[in-house]
Design a binder for this molecule. Structure first.
Ligand code: SF4
Length: 688
């Protein structure tokens, strides 16, 4: 009989939760996770982790894991062999493409799986199904930030490293709560602010921990960040506090930009944002006096009808003040999931081939056409939201979705549920029976990060290796293997035997990733994308901005007002993360330690509103929007003010999940839902 290894094994991995990208060794014995050990060698976090990275891993041993393929028969899921499930998936998806044409199958990839796994999913869409209908969950969070940056500086990534943020004289955080959403990154700001004289400005609807620590905290009216950003930019230009030399050398359209800015006076800003003009002047002075300004932003900016334009306004402000091309300055969109950056990098986007080569670019397309042996459509495919419309219209008939809980994280969830039930054939690949998987015809069990080899790319564009720490649970399989098996049953001839071979193929087709070889990524080594020379690039734009003439562009977008709701919906509801939980909670809800710390969901209510409505901590309230209703206990806290409510996003329960309230409004340029523009009315069900 084979010897059983009873020693403790230490394996280097990368955190599966947020986009900070902490790495550490996980100590295991059989399937037991003994501890998580960070290291001075870890490039992002050194010896730090947050509570999720340290204690949030036991979900991998949850009894709720799916460990064998499931096929729906007569309405119920029954266990199947891999051959039976894969044969069925291939014949059904292939048959639907045959019958209804190239656009009839859609692909949703995941920010929880590796770069290599994302790459093969977009390859399957483009090579086997000849469609660009492939997208990932950045559509729900960060697409507007990427769009705003592409328009202004030509690349979507963070301008520098996380460590560089500590070098800034001033950090401005807009619509984000890194103390809970990106804890280890926030620690760097907290330290620089407390001990090294860094200034901190926070703009948020909620007085979160970073707001408590800030030098200036502003709480502009919902959907008006673009206005104060433009007003501060205009004021600085009017005062001559902009960087004329930097603009002349580096940026186009300054005159046109000034024309757009004309109406954004301090009075105009005060009227629309509610922020006093004196405070805006103070902000402008702080930027003027700072040796380097970094702006960090999150979903409080992006999940709005003006999400892209507000992101562009942030970049405009940084360009006008010369805050790019140096350490401790620049734009830092905070990516949410650990590999949302990587999912986009690998081309699981309807308009982009891997390595940000656009499908309309004839040269790039020709390269992939040669490699894949097919013709690639020169028009972008459908994004997540458009795919749902297409299903609703009966055009898209089937979907292959990996690791994404669309039925919970897309806005207007009741509507999404109706649509998913219309699919002729739905394949879901996941580790748990998610809310979305309940609509599946076949469920294919993939594996979590501790059971795989591969790479993840964090918010600062850093590609890092993870090594397999645990064997696959039960009959679950590597996600890239599953995709390959489906592709090969449809006539592909893929023969990847290790993720390194997938990365090598991707790197050979993407100049941006030419240096991302497994040799360069061994152990604690990492690679930051940013140049086309194969060099690791901690700081972007050193040789100029990412346009043919190396010059940036001011985006010329005006502000438009947020969506209006009927008067009866008198309370604004915001949503976001909690420190202990991650996103919709599919993983952390199954971690006993985390769950015991924060077992319940609640809605935050301001003391003023609580008094007006006669409620207290623990009162049961019903919140009703035009799109649905939820029922929750109230938590009275001065983190929120007046008619503001806040609902953490980590509920998988129909009675309390935020997206049973959110509606169809979206950012016009990227179709990211305007989750943050949701109004409700509140009914008190029980006071105590
Ligand atoms: Fe994981 Fe993010 Fe926490 Fe780091 S900060 S341990 S990456 S969840």
């Amino acid at each position: 009989a084979a010897m059983r290894d009873t020693r403790t094994v230490k394996t280097k991995t990368v955190c599966t939760f947020c986009g900070v990208g902490c790495s550490f060794e996980v100590w295991t014995k059989d399937r037991k996770i003994l501890k998580v050990q960070p290291s001075h060698d870890a490039p992002v976090n050194a010896i730090s982790t947050c509570v999720k990275g340290k204690f949030g891993w036991d979900f991998v041993n949850s009894e709720e894991r799916i460990t064998t393929p499931l096929i729906r028969k007569d309405g119920a899921f029954v266990e199947a062999s891999w051959d039976e499930a894969l044969d069925l998936v291939a014949s059904k998806l292939g048959g639907i493409k045959e019958q209804y044409g190239k656009g009839s199958v859609g692909f949703i990839s995941s920010s929880k799986i590796t770069n290599e796994e994302n790459y093969v999913i977009q390859k399957m869409a483009r090579q086997i199904f000849e469609t660009n209908n492939v997208d990932n969950c950045s559509r729900y969070c960060q697409s507007p930030a990427t769009d705003g940056l592409f328009r202004t500086v030509g690349m979507g990534g963070d301008a520098g490293t996380i460590k560089d943020i500590a070098k800034a004289g001033l950090v401005i955080i807009v619509g984000a709560n890194p103390a809970e959403g990106h804890p280890v990154l926030a620690t760097r700001v907290k330290r620089a602010h407390k001990y090294h004289g860094q200034k901190l400005i926070v703009a948020d609807l909620r007085k979160n921990e970073m707001a408590e620590r800030s030098d200036i905290f502003i709480s502009p009216k919902q959907g008006t960040d673009q206005v104060w950003l433009m007003a501060v930019t205009k004021y600085m230009i009017d005062q001559g506090w902009h960087d004329q030399k930097f603009i002349e050398e580096n940026v186009h359209f300054f005159d046109d930009f000034n024309t757009v800015l004309e109406k954004y006076t301090l009075d105009y800003a005060e009227k629309h944002t509610g922020i006093k003009r004196d405070t805006l002047v103070e902000i402008a002075e702080m930027i003027r006096d700072a040796d380097g300004t970094c702006v960090l932003w999150g979903m409080g900016v992006t999940q709005n009808t003006g999400g892209s334009d507000t992101s562009a306004a942030i970049s405009n402000l940084l360009l006008a003040t010369g805050n790019y091309r140096r350490e401790g300055a620049g734009a830092y969109p905070l990516r949410g999931h650990n590999n949302v950056q990587g999912a986009c990098d690998q081309g699981t986007l309807p308009g982009w081939l891997p390595g940000y080569q656009h499908v309309t670019d004839d040269v790039a397309r020709a390269k992939y056409e040669k490699a894949y042996g097919v013709t690639i459509d020169s028009t972008p495919g459908l994004d997540n939201i458009q795919m749902l419309h297409s299903i609703d219209e009966g055009k898209m008939r089937a979907m292959y979705l990996v690791g994404e809980d669309m039925a919970l994280v897309d806005s207007n969830a009741n509507h999404v549920h109706d649509i998913l039930s219309k699919l002729d054939f739905f394949v879901v690949q996941d580790i748990f029976l998610s809310r979305t998987a309940q609509y599946a015809d076949v469920i294919l069990p993939g594996v979590p990060s501790l059971e795989k080899n591969g790479t993840f790319t964090n918010t600062e564009r850093r590609v890092q290796r993870l090594y397999q720490a645990l064997p696959e649970l039960g009959n679950a399989k590597q996600d890239w293997w599953i995709t390959q098996e489906i592709a090969n049953r449809l006539g592909a001839n893929w023969s990847y035997s290790h993720p390194s071979e997938i990365m090598a193929e991707m790197a050979s087709l993407s100049p941006l990733f030419a240096g991302a070889t497994y040799d360069n990524l061994e152990g604690w080594n990492s690679f930051l994308w940013g140049s086309h020379s194969g060099e690791s690039t901690p700081l972007l734009y050193v040789d100029g901005f990412n346009f043919p003439d190396k010059k940036a562009r001011f985006a010329l977008s005006d502000w438009s007002k947020p969506v209006e709701f009927p008067e009866e919906y008198d309370l604004h509801i915001n949503n976001g993360r909690m420190l202990e939980h991650f996103h919709e909670g599919n993983m952390t809800n199954k971690s006993k330690g985390i769950q015991s710390k924060v077992p319940e969901i609640f809605v935050e209510v301001s003391p003023q509103l609580a008094e007006e409505r006669g409620i207290q901590d623990g009162s049961l309230v019903r919140l009703v929007s035009p799109y649905g209703a939820v029922k929750l206990n109230a938590l009275v806290t001065d983190r929120v003010k007046a008619n503001e409510l806040f609902l953490p996003m980590n509920s998988v329960d129909k009675d309390s999940a935020i997206n049973f309230l959110t509606g169809p409004a979206m950012d016009a340029r990227t179709h990211t839902p305007a989750y943050k523009q949701t109004m409700v009315r509140m009914e008190v069900i029980r006071v105590d």
